[in-house]
Write a protein that binds this ligand. Structure first.
Ligand SMILES: [Zn+2]
Length: 498
């Protein structure tokens, strides 16, 4: 750090000089919420997202995959977005049966809170019209038989029973996935919910093998679902690890997704009178989970989309702090999309950091106005502007594989708040580019215990850098998403070069 002469003197003879060709160096970016290992799994799956346009397009893509796999092999799809496709409905078992009746087919919704199975997959998963899941739903057709639609805990349970890829495939897909994050400027990635796909042990082992071989090109921070954390906690295996791999804290879900009508709201959904969604577990259980981990010194990240869920999570944190005192654990409320200013103020008071899904404004914003939340609630969705006014740390995320890996498009959405239909939604919740950058650097560092060693360019911090094509504070804010990542360095190692 310092003048060019200072830097040359410190580096000494023989140091290599790199011409950045007008690029600008920033601290390596920190992703505080996505699902790196689930995304790695997706690399071998069929993309069933909006690029397929219609159910016919989705089925065509699945059919193409079906032609390349053997009879026993599962065909897995991800990214299905019912309200965005032309047909505007969920998939059914009968749709999927037109692709194959002999091969199991399983498609995961873009929110990861729903899934669809064909007849063969239902059979292999052992799901019948009599199967029940607490906090979940097995959809039934008019004939009283499963329709193939699985919601919340039913979908999660089914996902945890899908066949696991080989250890070699997991390692190679993790490496490819990390390379994608590197290409977007990320040098630290928080994997938010190890245990979601049922292969927690293999995934954790694969991370450890890559770390031991010095083959991780990013620093990875793992957050474990309750079933896994309950095994690790007795060994003291949390907030522990190496420079490149950390066993972090706990992550759990207390509601679903707004665009699936399963987020727990305080008021009705805009287009569904008398429907507010519901919590996925009783408040007493949430309180007990938070209190036990807070007392033990384990960071807790709670997935809460709806304002009722945010309120419930917040009350649990407030009770834990009042019983056991403040601890610098930087608990998180992940998504916190509908948080009110009052709730944000109380998060600040008990040291909880909200992480906002800023691209919801862009990708689902028009649908939030029309279908899910109505104009008023949409105008303050993902309230980063309020967080800035309250002077509190917050972060941004895109929840990959829900949306493709990106920091710049995520910052762009928080700075501009323009929907894909071109509508400005909630101008007073816009933030400046510098605050958006903090959300991916200094503020984000707090969430992974990295406030002393990353998120800044300073003596004593890791040599984690990203070289961007432009100065984020000097370009017009509406061009933010066009900024290119030229190079990424993790610990001084060049891990991406455009
Ligand atoms: Zn997530």
């Amino acid at each position: 750090m310092g003048s060019l002469a200072d830097v040359r003197r410190t580096a000494g003879a023989g140091a290599r000089e790199v011409d950045l060709c007008g690029g600008v160096v920033y601290p390596g970016l920190i992703d505080t919420h996505s699902h790196l290992s689930s995304y790695a799994d997706c690399l071998d799956r069929v993309d069933c997202g909006l690029s397929r346009r219609s159910i016919a397009g989705v089925l065509e893509a699945l059919r193409a995959k079906s032609a390349t796999v053997g009879d026993e092999e599962w065909i897995l799809g991800y990214g299905y977005d019912d309200t965005g496709l032309e047909d505007k409905r969920h998939l059914t078992r009968w749709d999927l049966d037109t692709v194959s009746r002999d091969k199991p087919i399983f498609v995961i919704h873009i929110s990861v809170h729903f899934a669809y199975a064909n007849t063969k997959a239902l059979e292999l998963l052992g799901i019948t019209e009599d199967t029940r899941f607490a906090g979940g739903e097995v959809g039934l057709g008019e004939d009283g038989q499963p329709s193939g639609y699985l919601a919340e805990m039913a979908a999660m349970a089914a996902m945890s029973r899908l066949p696991a890829p080989s250890a070699e495939a997991i390692r190679s897909n993790l490496t490819r996935a990390i390379a994608h994050y590197n290409s977007q400027g990320f040098t630290t990635i928080m994997d938010g919910g190890i245990g979601l796909s049922g292969d927690a042990e293999q995934i954790t082992r694969s991370y450890l093998e890559l770390a031991r071989a010095d083959a991780l090109n990013a620093r990875v921070y793992l957050q474990f679902l309750p079933a896994i954390m309950s095994k690790l906690a007795p060994f003291g295996l949390y907030h522990f690890g190496s420079t490149h791999l950390t066993f972090g804290g706990l992550k759990f879900f207390i509601d679903g997704s707004i665009q699936g009508f399963t987020a727990a709201l305080l008021e009705d959904y805009h287009s569904r009178p008398n429907h507010r969604g519901a919590l996925l577990m009783p408040e007493e259980d949430i309180d007990a989970m938070v209190a036990a981990h807070h007392q033990a010194g384990i960071q807790v990240a709670i997935h809460a989309n709806g304002d009722l869920a945010v309120e419930t999570a917040l009350r649990a944190f407030e009770k834990a702090v009042s019983a056991y005192g403040h601890k610098a654990l930087h608990h998180m409320i992940v998504h916190a999309q509908t948080a009110s200013d009052n709730q944000l103020e109380r998060m600040k008071a008990c040291g909880v950091i909200p992480s906002f899904f800023s691209r919801h404004i862009e990708v689902w914003g028009d649908r939030h106005v029309e279908i899910f939340l109505g104009p008023e609630r949409t105008a303050r969705l993902n309230p980063a502007g309020s967080s800035v006014r309250l002077g509190m740390p917050f972060t941004l995320h895109v929840d990959t594989p829900v949306l493709p890996v990106t920091a710049l498009a995520s910052m762009h959405a928080a700075v501009n708040r323009v929907s894909s239909g071109g509508v400005l939604l909630g101008p007073d919740q816009r933030i400046c580019p510098l605050e958006a950058l903090r959300a991916y650097t200094t503020y984000a560092a707090l969430c992974c215990g990295g406030e002393h060693d990353r998120g800044r360019i300073a003596p004593g911090c890791f040599a984690d850098f990203v070289v961007l094509s432009d100065n984020l504070e000097r370009i017009p804010p509406e061009n933010l998403r066009d900024v290119r990542v030229n190079m990424t360095f993790t610990g001084g190692r060049l891990v991406y070069h455009a």
